[in-house]
Design a protein around this ligand. Structure first.
Ligand SMILES: *Cc1c(COP(=O)(O)O)cnc(C)c1O
Length: 349
């Protein structure tokens, strides 16, 4: 009755182990919905992997992982004065991200022993300090609580190794304590780029922060299913659904588990298609031409259309008459974004 993430446990764990072996200093990222697995489950898995630090996205996420992982907890969202006071036992395990010069004295006033990383602004332009800000801040930075520098790189645009090295030059130029023997917390570099970086900067400790390629890197170990809850024969012109639509042609209504509460929403093929593509859809006489939109549910090897927008926990799909409808209780495949889906269950085999 649910939207279920099925995990081939052995295959998944083998993949996790191989990523950890290939990336010394790995810092698993455990944020949001835990890439579909839940953050708590990933925290336990990270403990099993034997890493010393995991990264959470926000301060609010700490409570989901703190009892399930024994090591340090890096918070990726930069500290701001509005962050609530942390319990002392938890505060000792937290590594803060400081991305604005004025936040460092404010953080240290609140937590004098706070450990932190300094985030540098990259071509992402999300958070971080410029070279000038870093230079200005450096004299007030002491070596011990500083856990290194952090850079977050875009996914697109080819290699960002050059950018990272320019930022490292800034770190050296700012005379940050210990530099270049510092720690670099970095995302989205390839294995080869990380190796190059280590070879060129032998005093540097590189800590790759990895989420997607770790937890979701072996898609073959993962499958998502929904359950067929009902099937109704539908005659042309018959009325169905919340909106009193009429059936555009003969077929079946297939009601499956999974709706807006799971993060299943409308994808608009119209929105993505150019005029020419739309004309092609109309020419094929596809159901999309009748205004139905694609769903993430696959039945009989085909991506099916929503008969109407998804409901909170169920969706109504339209199956044309020439397709064999599934039986109530059958599982159908769902192709969804793991980071945007709230699964009812995660089942390991
Ligand atoms: C989300 C995030 C990561 C991990 O990104 P993936 O693409 O899931 O590996 C790393 N660093 C920061 C700052 C992030 O926000």
């Amino acid at each position: 009755m649910s939207v279920t993430l099925h995990v081939d446990g052995e295959r998944w764990r083998t993949h996790l182990r191989s990523v950890a072996d290939a990336h010394p200093g790995l810092t698993p990222v455990v944020k949001g919905n835990g890439y579909g697995f839940t953050a708590g489950r990933l925290a336990r898995r990270a403990d099993w992997l034997g890493v010393d630090t995991i990264a959470v996205g926000t301060y609010d996420e700490l409570e989901h992982v703190e009892s399930r992982f024994g090591g340090d907890l890096l918070v990726l969202t930069p500290w701001r004065p509005s962050v609530r006071e942390l319990d002392p036992a938890l505060a000792r395990r937290v590594v803060h991200t400081v991305s604005r010069p004025e936040d460092l004295p404010a953080l240290l006033e609140r937590h004098p022993d706070a450990r932190y990383v300094l985030e540098l602004l990259t071509s992402m332009r999300r958070h971080g300090m410029s070279a000038a800000e870093l230079r200005a801040l450096a004299p007030s930075v002491r070596r011990t609580p500083l856990q290194g520098v952090a850079v977050h790189l875009p996914l697109a645009g080819g290699s960002h190794l050059g950018e990272v090295e320019r930022l490292l030059d800034d770190v050296v130029g700012a005379e940050l304590p210990g530099a270049p023997a510092t720690t670099l917390w970095v995302s989205h570099l390839t294995g080869g780029e990380l190796d190059t970086l280590r070879a060129r900067w032998p005093e540097l400790t590189v800590r790759p922060r990895i989420g997607t390629d770790l937890w979701l890197g072996d898609r073959g170990a993962l499958r998502v299913s929904a359950t067929v809850l009902d099937v109704h024969r539908l005659h042309r012109g018959e009325v169905f659904g919340y909106r009193g639509r009429t059936a555009p042609r003969e077929g079946h209504l297939v009601i499956v588990s999974g709706g807006t509460a799971h993060g299943i929403g409308l994808e608009s093929p119209q929105g993505q298609l150019g005029l020419r593509d739309r004309a092609a859809v109309v020419a094929r006489g596809g159901m999309e031409a009748l205004g139905l939109t694609r769903s993430p549910f696959w039945i009989g090897g085909k991506q099916r259309l929503f008969a109407e927008p998804p409901h909170m926990q169920a969706s109504m799909l339209f199956l044309p008459a020439d397709s064999t409808p599934p039986a109530v209780g059958d599982l159908v495949d769902v192709r969804c974004r793991f980071t945007a889906t709230a699964f009812d269950r995660v089942e390991f085999s």
